[in-house]
Design a binder for this molecule. Structure first.
Ligand code: AMP
Ligand code: MG
Length: 340
C-alpha cells in the first residue's frame, strides 16, 4: 500500500483524510499528545485494521476521539456530574475519561470491556479531521506495538509507511507523551496512566483520586491490570535501557565506568559535557514539560546512534514528570540501578 502524505494546513488534505476515514481506511493524525493511528470508531472492521497495522494485541482497548461534547453522550451510558466537571475543566486537552459504554461501541474498540475511553483533543488538525470524517475516531498511538510513540509525522512514517492509507503532517506534538487516562467507572476515580494533565490537577476537580499500582510498578505474575495496555512491554527502543537513580556526580562516575562501544547515556540538557560515552539529552532537569516532549524522540535517537545499552538519568516522578517516569521505566522493563 502506498501511504499518502497529507498536510494539516491544506484544507483539501483535511477533507481527503476525512473521506479515507469515512470509507473505513486508516490515517495517521497529529494530536497535542502524540501522533495517533485513526479509524472510524463506530466501524468495527475499520478498527480491526488498526490492530493489524500496529501489531497490537486485540485485548488492548482504544481511545475514542471526539470533536464536540454531544458526541460523548452517544458513546457512554451516562455522564455523571464528576465527568462533566472534569471535561469542562480540561477538555479539549490531554485527558481521557473512562465510563461505562453504550451499545454503539464495537467490541474491537473496547476489547470486550464494559467501558469506553473518550478524549476531546485540543489540536486543531485532530478536531478538523474528526469533523471532516463526521464520526468519532478510535486512535491509539501511531507506533508499531511496543515501540516509542511518534511525536512527528516523520517518526510515524518510520513505523507505518506502507501499512496505512495516509499520514497528515501537523508538525511536532506539543505535549509529547500520551494522554492522562482516568477511570470514573470505579469509586473513587483511579488514574490508570499519567500524562499531560497531572494527578494534582485531577484531584483539584474530583477530590480523591487513587493511583493505579501499575503506574509505577511492574505487574505481579497472573495479575490483571485495570488498563490492559499496562501489561505489555512498551515504548522500548532496540537498545537495552537501564535507569540510573542517584545524584549527577554518581551517575557520571557510574556511566563513565561502563565505557565500551555500544554504551550510551540519556541525560538532562547540558549534562553530556562530563560523560565519556555518546549521550542524548531529554530536556532540562526541572523542566518536566520539556522532558515529556523529548523523551520518545530521545529513545528513537539512541537507536539511530546504534546504542546497545543505554543508561538513563532517572526522571523525577512529580507533576508531568510522573508521565515521563512511567514511560521510561517501561522502556527499561523496570530495570533501575541505585547509585549514591
Ligand atoms: P494508546 O491508544 O496507545 O494511547 O493506549 C491507550 C491506553 O488506554 C491503553 O493502555 C489501554 O489499555 C487504555 N484503555 C483504553 N480503553 C480503556 C478502557 N475502557 N479501560 C481501561 N483502559 C483503557
Ligand atoms: Mg500506545
Amino acid at each position: 500500500m502506498k501511504t499518502i502524505r497529507l498536510q494539516a494546513d491544506h484544507p483539501a488534505d483535511i477533507i481527503r483524510a476525512g473521506e479515507i476515514l469515512r470509507q473505513g481506511g486508516l490515517v495517521g493524525i497529529p494530536t497535542e499528545t502524540v501522533y495517533g493511528l485513526a479509524a472510524d470508531a463506530l466501524n468495527g472492521e475499520a478498527v480491526a485494521k488498526i490492530f493489524k497495522a500496529k501489531g497490537r494485541p486485540m485485548d488492548n482497548p482504544l481511545i475514542v476521539h471526539i470533536s464536540e461534547i454531544s458526541q460523548w453522550k452517544k458513546l457512554v451510558r451516562e455522564i455523571p456530574e464528576s465527568a462533566r466537571k472534569l471535561a469542562e475543566t480540561y477538555w479539549p486537552g490531554p485527558l481521557t475519561i473512562i465510563l461505562p459504554k453504550s451499545d454503539c461501541i464495537p467490541d474491537e474498540v473496547s476489547a470486550g470491556l464494559e467501558t469506553v475511553a473518550v478524549r476531546f483533543p485540543a489540536h486543531p488538525a485532530a478536531r478538523a479531521v474528526i469533523e471532516a470524517a463526521g464520526t468519532p475516531l478510535a486512535a491509539p498511538s501511531g507506533n508499531l506495538s511496543g515501540k516509542p510513540s511518534p511525536t512527528t509525522a516523520h517518526t510515524m512514517l518510520e513505523d507505518m509507511d506502507g501499512r496505512i492509507e495516509a499520514v497528515l503532517d501537523g508538525g511536532p506534538c506539543q505535549v509529547g507523551v500520551e494522554s492522562t487516562v482516568v477511570t470514573l467507572a470505579t469509586q473513587p476515580p483511579r488514574l490508570l496512566r499519567p500524562g499531560g494533565i497531572t494527578l494534582e490537577q485531577l484531584r483539584q476537580v474530583l477530590g480523591e483520586v487513587e493511583m493505579d499500582e501499575a503506574v509505577l510498578n511492574p505487574l505481579k505474575a497472573g495479575e490483571h491490570p485495570a488498563s490492559p495496555g499496562m501489561k505489555y512491554k512498551h515504548y522500548a527502543p532496540k537498545a537495552n535501557v537501564i535507569i540510573v537513580d542517584g545524584p549527577y556526580e554518581s551517575y557520571c562516575a557510574y556511566v563513565n565506568g561502563q565505557k565500551v562501544p555500544g554504551v550510551a547515556a540519556m541525560c538532562y540538557n547540558g549534562e553530556e559535557a562530563r560523560l565519556e560515552v555518546p549521550a542524548v539529552c531529554y530536556g532540562g532537569e526541572e523542566d518536566y514539560d520539556e522532558q515529556a516532549r523529548e523523551v520518545f524522540d530521545a529513545l528513537r535517537k539512541l537507536d539511530e546512534l546504534g546504542a546497545k545499552t543505554v543508561y538513563a538519568r532517572c526522571p523525577e516522578p512529580k507533576g508531568v514528570g510522573l508521565a515521563v517516569y512511567n514511560r521510561l521505566i517501561r522502556a527499561a522493563g523496570f530495570e533501575v540501578l541505585h547509585v549514591d
